[in-house]
Write a protein that binds this ligand. Structure first.
Ligand code: GNR
Ligand code: NI
Length: 168
């Protein structure tokens, strides 16, 4: 059964490590599949639209995401690689590892990421809006970066809109 793991918050050294690539042979192991299930469980419980393995103290290049739109299914991406990007725009952002805070950050409007899914099959995810933003945010986590490192106007989430960004 999947269970909810503890989400680390800013200040924990595990959030600052560069996560290691996953050996594709490891993907079909039961413990690895459990990890993915636990990541979804933890993300949905938070609630959040994405979660990277380092946030639950697993230094591996894996993230899960569900932006809750009709075009994009929930996804897990292992060993992600950014394939193409577009012009930058400024977006409001939050992070489960920096609870209650929001700020503005420059992100590419469109993003495409390739990698492996939970069966070890090649996948490619492409889009704009929250999907593109989330892809970039999760890949930052795998590189030990947090959005607060380059965000502007960091502040406690006060309005309903800001609270939504801060938690989901
Ligand atoms: O749940 C989340 N919401 C969010 C909102 C705007 C930009 C990025 C995000 S990702 C965040 C979950 C999280 O911290 N993933 O690492
Ligand atoms: Ni985050």
């Amino acid at each position: 059964m999947p269970y909810i793991r503890e989400i680390l918050t800013d200040g924990h050294p595990a959030l600052r490590r560069v996560a290691r690539r996953v050996n594709p042979k490891e993907i079909r192991e039961p413990l690895f599949q459990q990890l993915i299930d636990d990541m979804f469980e933890t993300m949905y419980a938070a609630p959040g639209v994405g979660l990277a393995a380092p946030q639950i103290n697993v230094s591996k290049r894996i993230f899960v995401m569900d932006v809750h739109d009709d075009e994009h299914e929930p996804a897990v991406v292992i060993n992600p690689k950014v394939e193409e990007l577009s012009e930058e725009i400024e977006l409001r952002e939050g992070c489960l590892s920096v609870p209650g805070i929001v700020g503005e950050i420059a992100r590419f409007k469109r993003a495409a990421v390739s990698g492996l899914d939970r069966h070890g099959q090649k996948i490619r995810i492409e889009g704009e809006g929250l999907l593109a933003q989330c892809l970039q945010h999760e890949i930052d986590h795998l590189n030990g970066a947090l959005y607060i490192d380059r965000a502007k106007n960091l502040r406690p989430a006060v309005s309903e809109e800001e609270k939504e960004t801060a938690e989901a």
